[in-house]
Design a protein. Structure first.
Length: 319
């Protein structure tokens, strides 16, 4: 059995305790102030270390929370930042505010069984480097290497790119996603195929190797490579994508996503992964108590700060 205590350093424990027990500003100074014998420099060194965050997220937490089947959900989120000199800060689209704003953007791949929400990997998007589609492909390939075999992969129209659809075909995974009305199916734009509200057709999207089914309902279009699905079944599968929106909400409200003030991209990535680790800890513990994660976090806020990181026993039992 892997010794989890050896993989989680004292500085990591302190950072995770701060995220779990207090909904404070996620700065090293604020988190260090919760402890008597901890300097903010030790937390700062943690954020700037070369720790394998993505691998540890998987090995210590995510891999112990999965079971067979389930769904992989792919999406991104952003938040506003006013720093002018920080890395990974640029002009990004905010769906919440409905406009372009200066901020940071993260792509997240999550597994769910409809109730449990398990973060598999995340990537901080940086202007001038890999696109969000390339980052998504990278995470999907990692998920395959880790042995995940989902029922379906779900995503919105941004990720219905030919690179992702072709990759999912190579991985032999089924998918359901929204698709834009100007995409070409057998050489004809989707919005020109049907005059009526409802419609469906099978064929080949431009530059996508395998045949797909496209379903229309009003001004919305969906695409899937599982051509046995009817319209009702497809929409039922796609509704599970809402799980990632709920995950973004809890990460921002309860686990410090969007509150990191570090300027270096390395430190921002560390903070994001620590937030995902805290989510995994809180989720396992709240499930064992039969509470929602919000009620569980509220109860933690009324408790004193512990010296050791609790809730690790849930992951030792699952190892």
């Amino acid at each position: 059995m892997v010794n989890l205590n050896l993989q989680i350093t004292p500085a990591m424990q302190a950072y995770l305790i701060g995220l779990l027990f207090r909904n404070t500003r996620s700065t090293c100074l604020c988190l260090a102030s919760l402890f008597d014998k901890l300097s903010h420099d030790s937390l700062n060194r943690l954020l700037h270390s070369d720790f394998p965050w993505s691998r540890r997220l998987w090995e210590i937490f995510a891999s112990r929370m999965l079971h067979s089947g389930g769904w992989l959900v792919l999406d991104d989120t952003s938040w506003q930042r006013f720093a002018k000199q920080a890395e990974a800060v640029s002009w990004v689209w905010s769906s919440t505010n409905g406009k372009v704003q200066r901020g940071s953007q993260v792509v997240l791949l999550m597994w769910t069984d409809g109730k449990r929400k398990v973060p598999i990997a995340c990537r901080l998007w940086e202007k001038g480097k890999k696109s969000k589609v390339e980052l998504a492909c990278q995470m999907l390939q990692e998920a395959k290497q880790r042995g995940i075999e989902p029922n379906y992969v779900l995503f919105d129209s941004w990720y219905t790119a030919k690179q992702i659809l072709n990759l999912l075909g190579e991985l032999e995974w089924k998918y359901v996603g929204r698709i834009k009305s100007n995409r070409l199916l057998d050489g004809k734009q989707l919005k020109q195929r049907w005059q009526q509200r409802f419609g469906q057709a099978e064929g080949k999207l431009k530059r996508v190797r395998e045949e797909v089914k496209v379903i229309k309902d009003g001004k919305k279009y969906w695409v899937t490579n599982d051509r046995l699905l009817n319209a009702a079944q497809l929409k039922q599968q796609y509704r599970r994508r809402q799980q990632i929106e709920e995950t973004f909400r809890v990460l921002k409200q309860e686990f410090g996503w969007g509150n990191c003030r570090a300027r270096k991209a390395k430190a921002q990535k560390a903070h994001l992964h620590l937030g995902l680790m805290a989510l995994c800890l809180a989720q396992q513990a709240s499930e064992s108590k039969g509470q929602t994660i919000y009620a569980f976090k509220q109860a933690l806020f009324r408790q004193p700060i512990p010296e050791q990181l609790p809730f690790l026993e849930h992951f030792k039992d699952a190892a």
